[in-house]
Write a protein that binds this ligand. Structure first.
Ligand code: DGL
Length: 284
């Protein structure tokens, strides 16, 4: 099936998931919608987030999306059940990667950074209750952080100051793992590491989400057939070459509710930044 996959987030955060999708599913096309005009969702009511998510999903499906990825932990908590009731197509959501974190070796404490909304929702409490572990799970709400990431297009000076204060209050060390339970925070991995006194492992749900998408597309025979013009070949050199904006524009459309060109540029910059990071990880 050659139709695109629809992806959305409250703003720029889902671009970190999109980058993983571009790498894992090189034959697929993507329609990305960031609702930056209404971000942050993490400080809105459930009804508001549900409404935004419903409208965006409808629009993506009208534009031909064959599957939906809710690339936002907050929107998933608010809307995934309703979306799955209404639409008969694969709909993949996100949750903070607490399950893989508790299974990591030499870990005693799992610290979950997320929006206040995600942490207070029923979905998160059920997730934690259903995990059979004696490890400590600590909630670390980060009000205002998404807004700063949107403003600075990643880890600018205000984001750095925020993180410095955050980790001053909660000192992390040996035996801890930090879960990035918001797709925006994935852009901050380098900056978070710099602000920690100890090299605490960081974990997020992007890879798991994308593998689940792949599994579902395969199960429903919805994977795009091979198209050498769209995806990269096998060599690393070919892969790196295909991650230029011009190449990506053949398979990725970035849309945003803040329709200004500067914002569109920030979206592309973040996508290319994240792809470079993932390409480098692959080479290591
Ligand atoms: N990227 C969204 C998430 O994963 C951020 C939500 C917000 O806008 O507050 O939760």
């Amino acid at each position: 099936m050659e139709e695109p996959i629809g992806v959305f987030d409250s703003g720029l955060g889902g671009i970190s998931v999109l980058a993983q999708m571009i790498i894992t599913l090189p034959q697929e096309k993507f329609l990305y919608y960031g609702d930056s005009k209404n971000a942050p969702y993490g400080e809105k009511t459930k009804e508001e987030v549900l409404n935004f998510s419903m409208n965006i999903s409808k629009d993506l499906i009208n534009r031909g999306a064959k599957a939906l990825v809710v690339a936002c932990n907050t929107a998933t908590s608010a809307a995934i059940t309703d979306l799955r009731q209404i639409y008969n197509l694969p709909i993949i959501g996100m949750e903070p990667a607490v399950k893989p974190a508790v299974n990591m070796e030499n870990i005693q404490r799992v610290v979950v950074m997320a929006t206040p909304f995600t942490l207070k929702e029923k979905k998160f409490h059920e997730l934690v209750q259903n995990i059979d572990t004696n490890k400590e799970i600590v909630e670390l709400p980060c009000p205002g952080l998404v807004q700063l990431i949107e403003q600075e297009g990643g880890a600018g000076p205000k984001v750095q100051a925020y993180l410095m204060q955050l980790f001053k209050r909660l000192s992390l060390g040996k035996g801890d793992v930090l879960v990035l339970g918001c797709t925006h925070y994935v852009f901050l991995t380098d900056c978070i590491q710099k602000n920690l006194n100890y090299q605490v492992p960081l974990i997020h749900g992007n890879v798991g989400t994308v593998l689940e998408l792949k599994k579902q597309l395969k199960r429903h025979q919805m994977l795009s057939s091979e198209n050498p013009l769209l995806g990269p070949g096998n060599s690393t050199e070919e892969k790196l070459r295909s991650h230029t904006k011009t190449q990506l524009q053949k398979r990725v459309q970035l849309m945003n509710s803040r329709q200004d060109l500067q914002f569109e540029k920030i979206g592309w910059d973040l996508l290319l930044y994240e792809l470079r990071k993932l390409d480098k990880e692959e080479l290591i």
